[in-house]
Write a protein that binds this ligand. Structure first.
Ligand code: NAD
Length: 469
């Protein structure tokens, strides 16, 4: 074990010249049969150094959970502003308070850094970089590729690499593995590689990182076993699966299930409106069936980093093998229509009152893509805001989680929510139903409120001026 330890500590930071490569190969051979047992022991003994690459909504909670359990953790992010905030104990992720962040910093086992060299001293590397969509709704895996590239330069024997970024099936095996193998190191001999989809639901008070079962699939059995061992330190239940592809696509199935059902219920909402039926009452009624029905709720459209993007990763992959995912594509199309439908409902109301757009004032409540988060990515509120402005409606917003954002017409700031502000509006639109807002005051003072979330019903606030989506 002593010799093997030496093998793993000798190779902190690598360069790419030939001599170094030969040395790496020699070292790798010396470490054969040992890196697995050694890494296992380090993880069990909490001696493994863990580096989380990408400290966003996904990476930061994972990094802090490992700190809580006593591991030494590096948080590596190339966004200097984020790293500086964390160093000062300031959190930018809603589910982590700055108070908790300061405690972690004081504890001393978490280092936020922009220095890639920490990869060389890490035993476990967890990748949580973004996987957005390109403009033409094609997957953008450039962040994962860049992170793998970066890791290659710092690899040494005895490392476990786990990808958490949501992506299409095959990415870990077909894109990341070859990238890492360019280092000269060998899978299952020098390093281990797996995929573990992140399932967190920001703002969910019931389910958080530790009580949501974690799926792990390795390229090899040993990689799966190591992955299971690592996550079992922070998560109550870990589910090992037979391959990285199963792990990758299980995440896409979960989000596809959501997008299809949200698409269905949004279409249902539009139909019910035409029929003069309250769709929310219909859902509550259907929900009384104890089996075979799961409620989904209509809304102003889907947003965030996952639901609008992930199923598109799947449909893109399907296209590459000549398969058309018609259900997914249709659901995505219906969901994309919803912000325009909300604006259409506003227009109907203005038409009824013979009110010109240019003389109309509209206030949006909640710009974030959903309740109680500060995430504006793909938020339907952005589309609604822009569409109203294009129609020359004087549009403003209130969101305690989004102090400002950049719109086509310049920087917009959240307005203070007062009775006077609400009274001045021709229409108020509830887009994200954040907790802690004075909905009674809104109902009491608004000329008319378009409620896309059914928040007034849930709070038992009645009013002739409240219209539902
Ligand atoms: N947000 C969610 O609720 C959620 C849930 C499940 C899965 N996911 C998936 O997890 C992944 C991360 O999502 P997120 O919401 O945390 O994204 P995010 O944008 O909040 O965070 C990603 C971080 O990675 C950093 N980064 C990018 N490239 C880097 C590099 N080369 N080196 C170091 N840091 C780098 C960015 O600066 C950023 O801080 C995505 O694939 C997403 O689809 C997100």
């Amino acid at each position: 074990m002593t010799g093997e330890n030496a093998a793993s500590t000798m190779y902190d930071v690598r360069d790419s010249n030939d001599e170094s490569r030969k040395t790496k190969t020699r070292s790798a051979k010396r470490g054969t049969m040992s890196t697995y047992t050694e890494l296992k022991k380090k993880i069990k003994d909490k001696k493994a150094v863990i580096t989380v690459v990408g400290l966003g909504y996904v990476g930061l909670p994972i990094a802090l959970e490992f700190c809580e359990k006593g591991y030494t953790v590096n948080g590596l992010d190339n966004n200097t502003e984020r790293v500086n905030k964390l160093r000062k104990g300031i959190s930018y992720v809603d589910d982590i308070s700055s108070g908790d962040m300061r405690k972690i910093i004081l504890k001393g086992n978490f280092v936020a850094t922009t220095d890639n060299k920490v990869l060389g001293t890490s035993d476990v590397i967890i990748i949580c970089v973004p996987t957005p969509l390109q403009k033409i709704t094609e997957p953008d895996i450039s962040y994962i590729v860049h992170a793998s590239n970066m890791m290659r330069s710092y690899m040494r024997p005895g490392q476990l690499i786990i990808v958490e970024s949501t992506t299409y099936p095959g990415t870990t095996r077909e894109v990341i593995l070859p990238e890492l193998e360019k280092s000269g190191y060998k899978m299952d001999q020098d390093f281990y590689l797996g995929f573990s989809p992140e399932r967190i639901d920001p703002g969910n008070p019931k389910y958080s990182l530790t009580n949501i079962p974690k799926v792990v699939g390795g390229i090899t059995e040993k990689s799966t076993e190591l992955g299971k061992l690592v996550y079992s330190q922070i998560v109550k239940k870990v589910v090992g699966v037979s391959s990285t592809e199963t792990a990758e696509v299980s995440k896409l199935l979960e989000n596809t299930f959501r997008i299809v059902n949200i698409g269905l219920i949004n279409e249902f909402a539009m139909l019910c409106n035409k029929l003069g039926i309250d769709v929310w009452e219909v859902i509550e009624t259907a929900k009384t069936k104890p089996f075979g029905f799961m409620p989904f709720y209509p809304g102003p459209g889907v947003g965030g980093h996952c639901i609008p993007a992930d199923p598109m990763y799947l449909s893109w992959k399907a296209r590459t093998i000549g398969f058309k995912t018609e259900m997914i594509d249709l659901a995505a199309e219906i969901n994309r229509m919803i912000p325009a439908y909300v604006v259409e409902r506003v227009c109907e109301f203005l038409k009824e009152r013979k009110k010109k757009f240019a003389e109309t004032k509209a206030l949006l409540i909640g710009m974030a893509y959903k309740r109680d988060v500060n995430d504006l990515r793909e938020s339907p509120a952005l589309d609604i805001f822009e569409m109203l402005e294009k129609k020359k409606v004087t549009t403003s917003y209130h969101d305690p989680h989004i102090p400002h954002f950049n719109a086509a017409g310049g920087r917009k700031r959240s307005r203070k929510l007062t009775a006077a502000l609400v009274r001045r509006q021709d229409i108020v639109i509830i887009v994200a139903d954040h907790s802690g807002l004075d909905y009674k005051m809104i109902a009491d003072n608004a000329k008319i409120v378009l409620d896309t979330r059914n928040v007034f019903e849930k709070k038992k606030i009645k009013g002739e001026n409240i219209i539902k989506l």
